[in-house]
Design a protein. Structure first.
Length: 458
């Protein structure tokens, strides 16, 4: 006789929850998966996948322009935003069906409804209670919108993906991943775009040169960046939305997007009632085994606010399932997790920024900036940035950063090298592939000058 209805109850059918549940099911566990929205979660339904489809869709504008330098005459008659949204939605419907099949094939019971913890082993959903030997909280995060007058007029990335019309003038609040990615989409499709940031540059946390380079490229594309600026209020006028900034100026827009970060989705989930400790951010506090302070309750993915990336959530889910349902204890290694920003141009990055590396190591920095071969004929005034941060004592490459076409594709390979502990000499010993942009990563010979103690580069 089982003591519990299920071996595992997973709350949230996003990337982490689905991976953990499927694997647990494949190892013979009896698993219930509870989901209140669409199966697939943020990445598949409201994040990475639909966003990337929109990024790809918006890129064609530049491609048509660039083609002229190669002899093409292209008669572009405009872009049909509703058609792009409809095509994207069709693909999401297909993916949702795939996700349903994956859960079914793993023998998981999918329960549609909102799961709330009643105690350390009990979850209530649709008025019914069920018990699980283990409970996995994988409910992700949700956009956090600052509380300002007119907050109700802001939309977030959730709605941005389903706007019925593309706003001709759009103000984006925030300078993180989501802000720069959507700025690129709207701008490439023809919108006037303003980015409002409280810092001097976009993408806090990224390497300083990467931030500066991207910001310069965004400005070249005509995006208006307002540094050291806050939105203090938003109001509806007859024919537009008025955005009032802290410096007193007003921007007239057709849409205002809040991209000011995301918060763990832990409100009203019964976590406190079950005795689960939350971090100050609202995240479920877990140990290296994804376990909360309550022995039967675990959490993976954005709800734990560690590295909030889909592949990380998937890896955490996999390791949770291996540990508990396959007698194969596995812990996540959070070092050298590569990431990409699908801005225009794109960013790929793995390892330490120069600033973080300098805080603990003596480093040599190699940096190059150049025009891609394609733009010698296209005439586009866009430059690529590549950078290596190297430990001066051990010669190990601590960080690789790139801004430019295909950066995420290139950095994925370099992430393997960093995982293997590659040294700069090994990069140098690698023969480049010619003619590519990527070959620059193995041909950078001279380090740039070291910063002086005052912080200025010589
Ligand atoms: P980020 O945390 O990346 O950026 C938030 C931005 O909002 C920052 O510019 C921040 O400013 C600003 N901000 C935050 N609070 C305020 C405030 N009260 N007033 C003014 N500005 C504010 O969040 P995102 O929403 O862009 O993305 C959320 C997460 O989703 C990311 O961290 C990432 O993990 C994930 N993601 C990953 C993607 C990818 O892998 N390509 C794509 C999209 C999302 P400041 O810099 O000054 O702190």
């Amino acid at each position: 006789m089982r003591r519990f209805d299920y071996d595992l109850i997973t709350i949230g059918a996003g990337s982490g929850g689905v991976r953990a549940s499927r694997m647990a099911g494949s190892y013979g566990a009896k698993v219930a998966v509870i989901e209140s929205s669409r199966v697939g979660g943020t990445c598949v339904m409201r994040g990475c996948v639909p966003k990337k489809l929109l990024v790809i869709g918006s890129h064609f504008g530049d491609a048509f322009e660039d083609a002229a330098g190669f002899g093409w005459s292209v008669d572009v008659r405009g872009h049909d935003w509703p058609a792009l949204i409809a095509a994207k939605n069709k693909e999401l419907d297909r993916l949702e069906t795939v996700y349903h099949s994956l859960l079914k094939n793993a023998g998981n019971h999918l329960i549609e409804g909102r799961g709330v913890l009643a105690d350390a082993h009990t979850v209530e959903v649709n008025g019914k209670r069920m018990t699980g030997e283990k409970i996995l909280v994988a409910v992700g995060g949700w956009p956090a919108v600052p509380n300002i007058p007119g907050r109700e007029h802001l939309f977030t990335s959730n709605e941005a993906l389903d706007l019925t019309q593309r706003p001709e003038r759009v103000v984006i609040w925030g300078g993180g991943y989501i802000a720069v990615e959507f700025a690129g989409i709207f701008r490439a499709l023809g919108s006037e775009v303003h980015i409002i940031i409280r810092a001097d540059r976009v993408l806090r946390g990224f390497d300083g040169d990467v931030r500066t380079h991207l910001q310069d490229e965004l400005v070249k594309k005509g995006i208006k960046i307002h540094p050291h600026t806050w939105i203090v209020g938003v109001s509806k006028a007859a024919d537009c939305t008025e955005v009032t900034l802290d410096n007193g100026s007003v921007i007239r827009a057709d849409g205002v997007m809040s991209a000011t970060g995301r918060a763990p989705n832990t409100a009203n989930l019964g976590l406190e009632e079950a005795g689960v400790l939350l971090a100050e951010s609202g995240a479920v506090a877990v140990d290296g085994w994804n376990k909360s302070n309550v022995d039967s309750i675990y959490a993976v993915g954005d709800v734990t606010d560690r590295i909030n990336l889909t592949p990380v959530a998937i890896a955490e889910g996999r390791m949770f399932a291996e540990t508990h349902f396959n007698k194969n204890p596995m812990q996540m290694d959070y070092t050298n997790v590569a990431s990409a920003v699908f801005s225009q141009p794109q960013i790929g990055s793995v390892g330490l920024s120069e600033e973080d590396a300098r805080a603990v190591h003596e480093v040599n920095v190699y940096r190059t900036s150049f025009k891609a071969m394609k733009h010698t004929l296209s005439g586009r005034n866009e430059r690529i940035l590549m950078k290596l941060v190297v430990d001066a004592k051990t010669d190990r490459v601590l960080g690789c950063h790139m801004v430019g076409d295909d950066a995420p594709e290139i950095i994925q390979g370099l992430a393997v090298a960093l995982k293997c502990g590659a040294t700069k000499s090994q990069f140098d010993a690698t023969i480049g592939i010619h003619p590519t942009s990527a070959e620059e990563f193995v041909t950078m010979r001279e380090p740039i000058a070291k910063p002086t103690p005052g912080g200025e580069k010589q």
